[in-house]
Design a protein around this ligand. Structure first.
Ligand SMILES: [Zn+2]
Length: 340
C-alpha cells in the first residue's frame, strides 16, 4: 500500500468514512489499483458532503512505478491475525511475511519428509507449494506421512496432501503435480521456484534433482532418513563455495546396497524431525536470514539423541560440479542410476 494510506473496501466506504474523517473539509485522496474505482469512490465521498476530494490518476500501479513511498504492514485482517507470531519477529516481520507470500517452493515427494515440510511451509504462509509425487496413499505410509489420512488410502498423495494443506491454510496455492520426476520433465517441474525440497525416496530422482537444481541455480534442501538416523544439508548452486549432492555421493550406490524405508524400516518420527529441518532451511533461504546449512551436513541420531555436524567441502573432482564435470543430459544421469 501507499505509505500512510488506509485500506477500506469500497462497499464499506459510506459506513466507515464518517468515523475515520469526521471533518468534511479534510483533504482526502482516493486511490485504487488503476484509478477507475477510486474515481467512483471520490464521487461517493462528494455525495456524502466531503468538499476536498481528489482521485489519484493511474492508481497504485503508477504510485509504485514512480517509486513513491510504500508501507508493507497493510495485511488484511486474516493475514495479520494468522501470521501475528511471525510479524512480532524483527527477522521476519511484515516485509518477511510478504516475501514468504511471494515464495514458490517445490516439494519432491509428498511422503515422510514432504509431509512435515509441507504442513509447516503452508502454515508459515508460503505463497505457492508445488507437490510432485505420483504415488497413492497406502496404509503403511500413515505411520509417518502425516499429510494423509486413514480414509484416504488409495487416493493420489498429491490430492490427499492438497486437502490437508488447504484446510490448514486456505491462502496457500497448492499446485499438485501427480507425475513421476524423470529426465524429460525435471527442469519443467522445478523451474520458476525459489527453493526445492528433496523428499525423494529413490536415487534416480535425487541425481536428477541435483543436476537440474545446479543448472537452474535453485537451492536444493536435501534430507534423508534411515532407521533411527537422518541427515540434512543445503546445496546452493548460486554460491561458488557450495558443494553439491554429488560432492557427497559421487555415484549412486549399487542396487541393494542402500535399502529404502520399505526394506530397512524407519522410526516414524524421524522423517518428521528431518523434514522440519528442511522446512526451516527453506524459510531461511526465502527470508535471507541466519546461516544456511551450506557446506555442512547435519546428522541426527534419534537413539543417542545427538546432532553431529560434518563439514562438507566442494570436491574439485566431483562428477557433478567439478572442473572436469561434463553435463551430457538428464537421460545420461538416469542411465548412470539405472546401471548401478
Ligand atoms: Zn559437486
Amino acid at each position: 500500500m501507499a505509505a500512510d494510506a488506509i485500506g477500506i473496501p469500497r462497499a464499506a466506504l459510506p459506513q466507515r468514512i464518517a468515523s475515520l474523517v469526521p471533518d468534511k473539509d479534510t483533504p482526502i485522496l482516493t486511490m485504487c489499483a488503476g484509478g477507475t474505482r477510486s474515481l467512483l469512490a471520490a464521487d461517493t465521498l462528494q455525495q456524502l458532503g466531503y468538499t476536498n476530494v481528489a482521485s489519484i490518476r493511474g492508481g497504485f500501479k503508477r504510485w509504485r512505478a514512480e517509486n513513491l513511498p510504500l508501507q508493507f504492514d497493510a495485511f488484511d485482517e486474516d493475514a495479520a491475525d494468522r501470521y501475528s507470531r511471525h510479524l512480532l519477529l524483527p527477522e521476519v516481520g511484515a516485509a518477511g511475511q510478504v516475501l514468504l507470500g511471494k515464495a514458490r517452493i517445490a516439494l519432491v515427494g509428498a511422503g515422510g519428509l514432504g509431509s512435515p515440510a509441507a504442513l509447516y511451509l503452508a502454515a508459515a504462509g508460503v505463497g505457492t507449494l508445488t507437490l510432485i509425487d505420483d504415488d497413492k496413499v497406502e496404509k503403511s505410509n500413515l505411520q509417518r506421512q502425516v499429510l494423509h489420512a486413514d480414509a484416504r488410502v488409495g487416493m493420489a498423495k498429491t490430492e490427499s496432501a492438497r486437502m490437508t494443506l488447504a484446510a490448514l491454510n486456505p491462502r496457500v496455492q497448492i499446485q499438485a503435480r501427480e507425475e513421476r520426476l524423470y529426465a524429460a520433465n525435471v527442469e519443467a517441474l522445478i523451474r520458476d521456484h525459489d527453493v526445492v525440497i528433496d523428499g525423494a525416496d529413490n536415487f534416480p530422482t535425487r541425481y536428477l534433482l541435483d543436476a537440474a537444481s545446479r543448472r537452474l541455480k535453485i537451492p536444493l534442501v536435501y534430507g534423508a532418513v534411515h532407521r533411527f538416523t537422518g541427515q540434512v544439508s543445503v546445496f546452493d548452486a548460486r554460491r561458488a563455495e557450495s558443494p553439491c549432492y554429488r560432492c557427497l555421493f559421487p555415484e549412486p550406490p549399487a542396487a541393494g546396497e542402500a535399502p529404502n524405508c520399505a526394506e530397512a524400516g524407519v522410526l516414524g518420527v524421524l522423517p518428521g524431525i528431518i523434514g522440519l529441518l528442511q522446512a526451516s532451511e527453506a524459510i531461511k533461504l526465502v527470508l535471507g536470514i541466519g546461516v544456511p546449512l551450506v557446506g555442512r551436513l547435519l546428522c541426527f541420531d534419534a537413539l543417542a539423541a545427538t546432532f553431529r555436524e560434518l563439514r562438507l567441502s566442494r570436491d574439485a573432482d566431483c562428477p557433478g560440479c567439478g572442473a572436469d564435470a561434463r553435463f551430457a543430459g538428464y537421460e545420461d544421469i538416469a542411465r548412470i542410476c539405472a546401471n548401478h
